[in-house]
Structure formats: structure tokens, C-alpha cells
Ligand binder design. Structure first.
Ligand SMILES: NC(=O)CC[C@H](N)C(=O)O
Length: 372
């Protein structure tokens, strides 16, 4: 492992000198913090992080290595990775390589030896900030010149960069998932892939769903042509309001088939219902977010990764009800149509990484498909 220098500079001109790990080079993105204590591999490979630089609040990163089972997509999508203390020595029987070599192979720039507590407190106070990590330029002035023309996340359609060009079938699951989720029947499900995490596809498969995965550019007729029992709207990167081409197809599906959406899928569902989305100050990224399920009063500890949210006041309450709220900031975490079999959640019931409290939502989707 190298012991080269790396520098992180934020758009407020503060800069941090650290040590380079992973690939060398220069990257820009929106800096967000994630509070998960483990799961760096799932986080790095979640396509929803496309365009972002992630800092982990948990200080020791790398100590269980990397394996080829815990990925959420084909490659890491995060632009860069900031940690307090990178550990090159792996202590886990599942480890196949070090995080350093995995990031090098995938050309992801990392920086360690950063005071991530200070950085996180800054992001909490100031809100998410754009940042640049460099292993080739250590002049704050010139780094700032490059960063200041980098666009903000608001208004960015990043789905177009990660959605598949062609439709494909999915029929894989994992042993540990099929121990948790038993088949609920035989369903044909159309998944709209805005940047889907594989764990969602694996859980749906274990529940008995045959999946056809569509590009975000598909129209309602293409989706309905396979005669699906249900449609799933996936997670994905960027500003939901900028993914304008995805909204009408969802609207056209309302009333024709049960629909379940997660994260970006939930935000697009909200936009299709006529509600508005807005940018949160620093977003929710972690595995410890308390969400209240209003129907039962139960609290679920949830896995989250989003920077935007559906605006409560803009929801058409005559047709839609808010089913879940975030107990930290009272933002909307779930909506459901009052008559049609349509619902969505802002958080990640598939976890990976994260607690499993919300797994029931996948079964709820199967129930809707059964009774439809
Ligand atoms: N995980 C996701 O789907 C994220 C949704 C959206 N890109 C946001 O940041 O709010």
C-alpha cells in the first residue's frame, strides 16, 4: 500500500491533508457522510451514490477486506472515499482482497487520516458541500478553481448515466436471503432500474418473483407488454425532479397494476402523484435512522441513503396517506394511495447494509399482487 499524500478541499475553501489509498488521481463530487458501522462494500457499490464522495463516520475502515459476494452492483459507483483510519490488514474469513487494491482496480480515489468527526460536524452545520480529492495537486487555490465550476446536486439527472440500455431478466438470489424470505407465490414483476441495488432483486426473486428489468427510459406500454403482476420502482442517484422522463410512465401505470417504490422510486412516485421533492440539508445516509410506521405506532430502525425527500405539504391528502415518518427530522418516509394498490418508502427495506426491521414491505408487495 502506498503512503502518498492526498488532499481534500471543500467548496467552503477548507482543506485537509491526508494519505492516499485506492486509486491516485483527482475527483469531484458532493461530500456526504454515512453513519453505518460496517458495509463499506455495499455502500461503495450502491449506484445511488453515483456523483458523490462518501465519508464514513465509523473510524476503522478496510479491516474485513472485500469479497465478491457483498456487492450491490457491478462496480463501485461512489466518486471518492474519505476515512479516518484505513486498515490494510484484513481479518475476516470471507475477505478476498484489500479495499485498497479493490479501489485501485476500480479507479476510485480514497483518502485516509482525515478528521472525519470534524468533517461530519461541518457537513451537519453547513449542509452537504461539494469537494475535490487530489493526489496530484496540493495547491488549495488551484483545487478551488476546479471545484467552483462543478455543478451542485440539485437539478442533476444522474439516472441517465446508470440505467441499463437494454432490458434484462434476473433470477438470482443468495442462500442467506432465501433463508429469510420464502416464496409467496409466482409473480411476474417489471422492475424499472434507475440504479437498482442487487439485494432488492435477490429478495424479490426469493419471494417468487420472476423479474424483467427495464431501462428508466421505458414507456408504460413497454412495461405493460410483459403483463406484469406488479411493477417495482428502484432506488437511484441524483435529483428526482430532474428525471422528468420517468414521471409520466409511472402516472400511466397508476390503476393498472400494483406498484412498490424504494428511495428514488418513492420520490418519483411522489412526483407522479403531483407532490414535490426538495433537497435535504445533509441527507440521510446510514443504518440507524428511526422511522415510525404510523399504522401500528411501531418504530423501525432503517437503512437510508438519500439527499432529497418528498415534501409533506405538497402531498394530495385526499388520495394519498403518509404511512411512515422519520423520527429525527419528521420528514416523509412512506406514502400509500388510499384506493389503489400503490405504495413506496424513502428508506431501504432491503438493507445491505443495515438492520432488517423493514423486510415486511416486500411481503406486503406480494400480498398486493396476490389480492389484485
Ligand atoms: N438511494 C436513493 O435512491 C437516493 C435517491 C436520490 N438520489 C436522493 O439522493 O435522494
Amino acid at each position: 500500500m502506498s503512503f502518498k499524500k492526498a488532499m481534500l478541499l471543500l467548496e467552503d475553501k477548507s482543506f485537509f491533508l491526508g494519505r492516499s489509498f485506492g486509486a491516485e488521481g483527482e475527483v469531484m463530487g458532493e461530500v456526504v457522510f454515512n453513519t453505518c458501522m460496517s458495509g463499506y462494500q455495499e455502500i461503495l457499490t450502491d449506484p445511488s451514490y453515483f456523483g458523490q464522495i462518501i465519508t464514513m463516520t465509523y473510524p476503522l475502515i478496510g479491516n474485513y477486506g472485500v469479497n465478491d459476494e457483498d456487492v450491490e452492483s457491478t462496480k463501485p459507483f461512489a466518486k471518492g472515499f474519505i476515512v479516518r483510519d484505513y486498515k490494510d490488514r484484513t481479518s475476516n474469513w470471507r475477505s478476498q482482497e484489500t479495499l485498497d487494491s479493490y479501489l485501485k482496480k476500480n479507479k476510485i480515489v480514497g483518502i485516509d487520516n482525515i478528521d472525519t468527526r470534524f468533517l461530519t460536524r461541518k457537513l451537519r452545520t453547513r449542509g452537504a458541500l461539494n469537494g475535490i480529492i487530489s493526489t496530484i495537486d496540493f495547491n488549495p487555490e488551484s483545487l478551488y478553481e476546479k471545484l467552483k465550476v462543478f455543478p451542485t446536486m440539485e437539478g442533476l439527472d444522474l439516472v441517465k448515466d446508470v440505467t441499463p440500455k437494454e432490458r434484462y431478466d434476473w433470477n438470482q438470489t443468495d442462500k442467506w436471503i432465501s433463508e429469510r424470505f420464502k416464496s409467496e407465490g409466482d409473480f411476474k414483476v417489471a422492475v424499472i432500474d434507475y440504479g437498482v441495488k442487487w439485494n432488492i432483486l435477490k429478495i424479490l426473486t426469493a419471494l417468487g418473483c420472476k423479474l424483467t428489468v427495464f431501462s428508466a427510459f421505458s414507456n408504460a406500454d413497454e412495461i405493460l407488454s410483459i403483463k406484469p403482476d406488479g411493477v417495482f420502482l428502484s432506488n437511484g442517484p441524483g435529483d428526482p425532479a430532474a428525471v422528468s422522463y420517468a414521471i409520466n410512465p409511472i402516472k400511466e401505470l397508476f390503476g393498472k397494476v400494483p406498484i412498490f417504490g424504494i428511495c428514488l422510486g418513492h420520490q418519483l412516485m411522489g412526483l407522479a402523484s403531483g407532490a414535490k421533492t426538495f433537497k435535504l440539508k445533509f441527507g440521510h445516509h446510514g443504518g440507524n435512522h428511526p422511522v415510525k410506521r404510523l399504522e401500528t405506532g411501531e418504530v423501525e430502525i432503517t437503512s437510508q441513503n438519500h439527499g432529497f425527500a418528498v415534501d409533506y405539504d405538497s402531498i394530495d391528502k385526499s388520495n394519498w396517506e403518509v404511512t411512515h415518518i422519520n423520527l429525527n427530522d419528521k420528514t416523509v418516509e412512506g406514502i400509500r394511495h388510499k384506493k389503489l394498490p400503490i405504495f413506496s418508502v424513502q428508506y431501504h427495506p432491503e438493507a445491505s447494509p443495515g438492520p432488517h426491521d423493514s423486510g415486511y414491505l416486500f411481503k406486503q408487495f406480494c400480498e398486493l399482487m396476490k389480492s389484485n
